[in-house]
Design a protein around this ligand. Structure first.
Ligand code: TA6
Length: 280
């Protein structure tokens, strides 16, 4: 790998690429095409990674930004019985292209799906990471086949908030949401603060929300989504997951731009889902 700001590395038993640029540092694991770390210079780590994450390729990595594709949530219908959140986060990816400049670095990755899996899915996926003092993740899904294909997906970002008790998410006031825990439709009253397990799908195309924590304020922008997912497993939920460190729920919040209601990608159609993370 012969780039000015990128070196090949490893994390656990997995291959990664580490980026060290005057404006930021970052690490992307090739297993899952998963951004694991992003730290703009003069700022700390923006993402949360469980210190009990499994780093041997036997299961998706707990933290950073898992890519849920070509379905979000439990596998339903023809995919029943398959892994939650689709295939992309559990396969090896490859670097397709890198563009470096004094201002930014763009890295495009693609999953190494088998021929059989590619045929089954019927869509192609590329993930474009646009790094500068901010980071934008773009999922580009294409239908190069002759039949329409369903797609649901999420940019499943785990944010480092240091202290969940001193954290608010604004921008979703008055928004309808489905509470995955109580299985009820509700409406958000005021800003979001988390005092218990939370697993909510906000039905919104809102282009921007703000995550305000003891560490910093993050502007989280997106496009191509019709949902924003907010998740914290809280204490018992964290304890129930071996790869989620027991106290980790106090330091993280997931805020995910997502398509949770099946898109239909027509032949020849391209869909873009993005999330951009900027320090305020
Ligand atoms: O982030 C929302 C969610 O769908 C939650 O329901 C929870 O399952 C979370 O994803 C983590 O899923 P995972 O398969 O990574 O354990």
């Amino acid at each position: 790998m012969n780039y000015k700001h990128i070196t090949a590395s490893t994390i656990g038993e997995l291959e990664s690429i580490r980026l060290n640029h005057p404006k930021f540092t970052a690490e992307v694991c090739l297993f899952g095409g998963q951004l694991l770390s992003f730290a703009p210079k003069a700022h700390g780590e923006v993402l949360w990674l469980s210190n009990t994450a499994i780093l041997d390729g036997s299961k998706p990595i707990r933290g950073g930004v898992p890519i849920c594709w070509p379905w979000f949530g439990p596998a339903l219908g023809v995919n029943a019985g398959k892994a939650q959140h689709g295939y992309a986060r559990a396969v090896d990816w490859r670097v397709e292209s890198v563009i470096e400049s004094p201002e930014k670095v763009e890295v495009v990755l693609a999953p190494n799906f088998s021929e059989q899996l590619s045929k089954e899915i019927g869509l192609t996926l590329k993930a474009r990471f646009l790094f500068s003092e901010s980071v934008e993740i773009q999922l580009v899904s294409e239908n190069n086949g002759s039949a329409s294909r369903p797609l649901s997906q999420a940019i499943h970002s785990y944010f480092n908030v240091a202290d969940i008790d001193n954290t608010q998410l604004t921008g979703l006031e008055g928004t309808d949401y489905f509470d995955q825990l109580t299985r009820e439709n509700k409406k958000q009253q005021g800003e979001i603060s988390i005092e218990q397990a939370c697993d909510r799908i906000y039905y919104t195309k809102t282009a921007e929300v703000e995550l305000i924590s003891a560490l910093r304020s993050l502007k989280i922008e997106g496009c191509g989504h019709e949902s924003i997912v907010v998740w914290n497993p809280w204490q018992q939920g964290a304890k129930n997951m071996a790869d989620f460190d027991d106290t980790g729920f106090k330091q993280m919040l997931c805020v995910e731009m997502a398509n949770t209601r099946d898109l239909v990608i027509a032949p020849g159609e391209t869909h873009l889902l993005s999330q951009k993370i900027s320090i305020q």
